[in-house]
Design a protein around this ligand. Structure first.
Ligand code: AMP
Length: 186
């Protein structure tokens, strides 16, 4: 397997960090929204972002990548393609057309629930859960519950960004968290 030297990797991570845009007070006062659209719009950096995640999971026999609505669809689908894995989704209530399971969770801003198709993941599948960002970890915990309910195994939860000061990683301890960028303060 081809792996980039560590210094290249660190330069790439610094470039990814620089291109992510902070939007203060969005979607409500007090929240600093991490906007990844400039990263997605930059071909080489978007590609490196997915490569960093794929390098981590390439030898892990991943069957399925699960993307969390909505930016997790972008990161997760690209990662699944790179790994030759299947891709499936968890969505907000009422969006999925077939029979679903549901799990509720607390957001950094409000409460919500996620749904998954009852046949989205096969029994005993090895699953990576993908999203753009982990804040409190509530969303990802709900996703892990849905994966478990289908009899599959969460190998790890993968994020581009981790708001480490919110300690979401602790909620996901049984499964493990990987993030490319960590922020220790807002
Ligand atoms: P949480 O459940 O608190 O970990 O929140 C994670 C989910 O909310 C992810 O799907 C993120 O896309 C979104 N999110 C939470 N906080 C932010 C933020 N500061 N900037 C961008 N997205 C966020």
């Amino acid at each position: 397997m081809f792996m980039l030297p560590l210094t290249h990797m660190n330069n790439d991570i610094a470039a990814i960090r620089q291109i992510i845009r902070d939007i203060p007070d969005f979607p409500k006062p007090g929240i600093v929204f991490k906007d990844i659209t400039p990263l997605l719009g930059n071909g080489p950096l978007f590609s490196r972002t997915i490569d960093i995640l794929a390098e981590r999971y390439r030898s892990q026999k991943i069957d399925t990548v699960l993307g969390i609505e909505s930016r997790g669809f972008i990161i997760g689908a690209a990662l699944a393609y790179e790994l030759g894995a299947g891709f499936c989704v968890v969505r907000k209530p009422g969006k999925l057309p077939y029979e679903t399971h549901r799990a509720s969770y607390d957001l950094e801003y409000g409460t919500d629930a996620l749904e998954i198709h009852v046949d989205a993941i096969r029994n005993h599948a090895r699953v990576v859960i993908a999203d753009d960002l982990i804040a409190t970890g509530g969303t990802a915990v709900a996703a892990t519950e849905l994966v478990s309910r289908l009899g599959a195994t969460v190998v790890e939860c993968a994020f581009v960004i981790e708001l480490a000061f919110l300690k979401g990683r602790e909620k996901l301890k049984p499964h493990g968290v990987f993030s490319i960028l960590q922020y220790d303060t807002e």
